[in-house]
Design a protein around this ligand. Structure first.
Ligand SMILES: Cc1cc2nc3c(=O)[nH]c(=O)nc-3n(C[C@H](O)[C@H](O)[C@H](O)COP(=O)(O)OP(=O)(O)OC[C@H]3O[C@@H](n4cnc5c(N)ncnc54)[C@H](O)[C@@H]3O)c2cc1C
Length: 312
């Protein structure tokens, strides 16, 4: 109930207006968001690098409806790539993008053209780009654009995300493993109906294990498939490590990914145990929907936020 309500608020403009104007909300969001400027994000990445972790940098923003806004987001990402290149002390940093911020609501053609520009610039500098996965309204279009970029246009620096709560994901992962895709596997953060998504946590977790096994096989790895296990769930992580070991994979043949500000001790423990850990580092002024999804994932975050709110 609470999760559904918070995810409903994440899309409501009136709630955005109220919440973003309260300083305590900004303060609470800082746990999950590196800051509003790229400099703050670069500093956050340096701190992670010092702890043996890499980062994926995300400029916050979603759902634009004007071509000029999609162009502006594209230019921001081109500038971001240049900024990363101009900071050679950073460990290899990847970029994460949302297709709705690049014009997916306008047309697939506009969005594809913007992604091509970003991938070309990133490719010049050996930077990898991951297309985030948004709500199920966009899944088919996102995968179509991914296939066009990775398959038809031959960009090897592009990856995308699959969500274990979606019923369709087993078929998608089977196909993507054959394509030698780089896939970030997560549980999924949006409100979805039972017709398209498992509603019970046990089913979502079981499916995560099934999807993990599809990629953590020697045949898939030989085909070029690379799995990024994006979760903070101990049981899911332990199961992935078990399957990787059982199949003779070494810790450099997959990686774990977590969100900035979430389970930092677990992040450090995995590094200490010799695993690759990459942290998703979002920054920018459009932090509201991202922050609300983080609250929805864990009600305890909400109480932390509310107590700060009333303390002021
Ligand atoms: C790198 C990365 C990229 C992602 N990209 C996408 C994407 O493109 N599309 C998409 O739909 N979703 C994305 N997500 C979000 C994901 O779908 C989940 O909503 C989120 O990771 C929480 O699920 P969990 O796997 O950690 O498991 P859960 O079962 O939700 O949580 C396991 C434990 O982790 C801790 N935890 C989890 N979330 C939080 C939180 N917000 N605050 C504090 N503690 C928490 C708690 O201790 C909890 O018990 C991404 C997640 C990561 C890590």
């Amino acid at each position: 109930m609470l999760r559904s309500f918070l995810l409903f608020l994440a899309k409501a403009d009136w709630a955005r207006n109220i919440i973003t104007h309260f300083p305590p909300a900004r303060l609470a969001a800082r746990r999950f968001v590196a800051g509003e400027t790229v400099e703050e994000a670069i500093e956050a990445i340096r701190r992670l690098n010092a702890k043996g972790m890499t980062a994926s940098l995300d400029h916050l923003g979603e759902n634009v409806s004007a071509t000029t806004d999609a162009d502006r987001t594209t230019e921001t990402y081109l500038g971001l790539i240049e900024r990363v290149v101009a900071t050679p002390d950073l460990a290899p940093t990847t970029i994460s993008v949302k297709l709705t911020a690049l014009g997916l609501d306008i047309s697939e053609a506009v969005c594809l053209a913007n992604m091509q520009r970003i991938l070309e610039r990133a490719q010049e500098h050996n930077i990898e780009v991951t297309i985030d996965m948004e709500s199920s309204d966009y899944t088919e279009r996102t995968l179509r654009i991914y296939r066009a970029l990775h398959g038809e246009q031959g960009f090897k620096n592009v990856g995308t995300v699959i969500q274990s709560y979606l019923r369709r994901s087993e078929a998608d992962m089977t196909e993507l493993a054959k394509l030698g895709a780089r896939i970030r596997l997560c549980k999924g953060a949006y409100k979805e109906p039972p017709t398209v998504a498992f509603q019970d946590k046990r089913d979502v977790d079981n499916n995560f294990a099934i999807l993990t096994k599809i990629f953590l096989r020697p045949e898939a790895v030989e085909a070029g498939a690379y799995l990024e296990i994006a979760t903070h769930d101990d049981a899911v992580i332990d199961a992935a490590i078990y399957h990787a070991r059982k199949n003779g994979l070494s810790p450099d043949q997959f990686e774990f990914q977590m969100l900035h500000g979430v389970r930092t001790q677990l992040q450090e423990r995995l590094v200490a145990n010799g695993y690759r850990v990459r942290i998703y580092v979002p920054y920018g002024s459009q932090w509201y929907p991202y922050f609300m999804r983080r609250l929805a994932e864990r009600p305890a975050n909400l109480w932390f936020f509310v107590s700060n709110f009333f303390r002021r």
